[in-house]
Design a protein around this ligand. Sequence first.
Ligand code: SF4
Length: 232
Amino acid sequence: MANRPSPLEALNARIVACERCPRLRAYCAELARVRRRAYADWEYWSRPVPSFGDEQARVMILGLAPGAHGSNRTGRIFTGDGSGDFLYPVLHETGFASLPKAVSRDDGMKLTGLWIGAVVRCAPPANKPTLEELRNCSAWLDEEMALLPNLRVVVCLGRIAFDGLLAWARRTGQLPARTGLGFAHGAEFTLPGGLKVIASYHPSLQNTNTGKLTRAMFLKVFKRARELAGLG
Ligand code: SF4
């Protein structure tokens, strides 16, 4: 008899079937139809991309959204594009990821102590979701956070993810409407419930190719996350 899916697996299955944002669903369908020449022989995933990782995680990465030809193509978050190529070596070096490179959903990658999600689960045109799309997808984040009982640290990649986490904290009554908390790379704060938050620049090519985010800066973020999570 097949094992019953865990609550997080069941949630991911519902996310993958989500159709709340017509603009994003249409854009993903178009990406699957046209494809980038280099990936002409790929069958693009082009559905909402589920979260990925260790269900007992103490650390969560909150990203922005799937890359059009990265996770929208492969179906696994941060897999198959420049952002993932910058992220996974750092996760491997800091003991969170079993492999230094993420290629596809079946490459054997395992995460330990880490869960990776995003504030928007469908690739948006120009990486810019609308406010309505962010609001639509925030309901999934609410359910997901409630199913991660061991979480101690959230690393927010970029300002939009950081604002998404603050909005979640307000919805769950952990922060007042106005907090004065602003995004800055390396900034940390602790929510009243004890969850620690670290802000980091997003590992987009725009940030990594220009040196705004270096490997050393990113390593420091994940070493700090381990420390705050009590992972040594
Ligand atoms: S972005 Fe989120 S809410 Fe919108 S269709 Fe995709 S999964 Fe659903």
